[in-house]
Design a protein around this ligand. Sequence first.
Ligand code: G3H
Ligand code: 13P
Ligand code: ZN
Length: 326
Amino acid sequence: MADTKHYSELGLVNTKEMFAKAMAGGYAIPAYNFNNMEQLQGIIIGCVESRSPVILQVSGSARKYADATFLPYMATGAVQMAKALDAQIPIALHLDHGNSFELAKACIDSGFSSVMLDGSHHPFDENAALTRQVVEYAHERDVTVEGELGVLAGVEDEVSHEVSHYTKPEEVEAFVEKTGVDSLAISIGTSHGAHKFKVKPGEEVPPLRFDILEEIEKRVPGFPIVLHGASSVEPEYVKMINTFGGKMEDAVGIPEEQLRKAAASAVCKINIDSDGRLAMTAVIRKVLAENPAEFDPRKYLGPARDELIKMIKYKNEHVLGSAKKA
Ligand code: G3H
Ligand code: 13P
Ligand code: ZN
């Protein structure tokens, strides 16, 4: 059996204070997904250089990829690196789209400071019961829990949905009350992955349903809301990928302006995975296409990490508003 660690031993924090400050300050905490060392370092350096609090996010499949035993040591490395860079930024380690009590428990026991139980594809009562079970275990250990109501289109960690179902505002109050969750992910028109909308050239992407968000805010005033599927899918990176041998057609994301508006509202956590993947892939493709004899991983992973740092600083400073809040 893996040894049990509490997140506080690793220098991590839960999301409670981060969200309270983000709510009061009208900005959102970035939640960036990672699977490997270069991504993790890129996220930490980007957040240290912009002095932003950060949620390091790991899906169940990312945890398998990086190795469940190895992962807490990666998080420890990230905390220590931030310290060595002389930064006191709050860092949370969060399970993204947890699909069972057993997975959430295993993460909590190995040092995660926050977990998501995504029961959004279950009927309301089943979702609430499963989420409640995780909340009881988590809160005894001062770990924060994110729940989800409403279904996003796209892939949510091995579960793929063709169509989205917007969150029903009338269900939110009862869900929050029954489960005791610390934050709630909602569905207002975002979706996972790099192909969020089907739009013809020159057409605008459909705006997010801010009317639903406002209705939710009225029903649970001051409660932290989470936005998944919030990558902007920068055309610059898509073009680079396609120029250097890739094939990404019709990749479209959420306009930055919509995310700024969301960050200023009760949305306290904004999830970004695809944008980091695109930035790194674009640079790796360019370096390898221009230097076909290159075979030292540092020569392509290094520039990819630099690009990720640049992207993260830009998002924290100009989109989420979390820069200088640590
Ligand atoms: O919402 C899903 C995240 O982008 C994680 O994706 O399951 O491929 O790690 P993944
Ligand atoms: P993107 O695919 O838009 O980056 O969304 C990531 C996400 O929601 C992770 O939970
Ligand atoms: Zn998600």
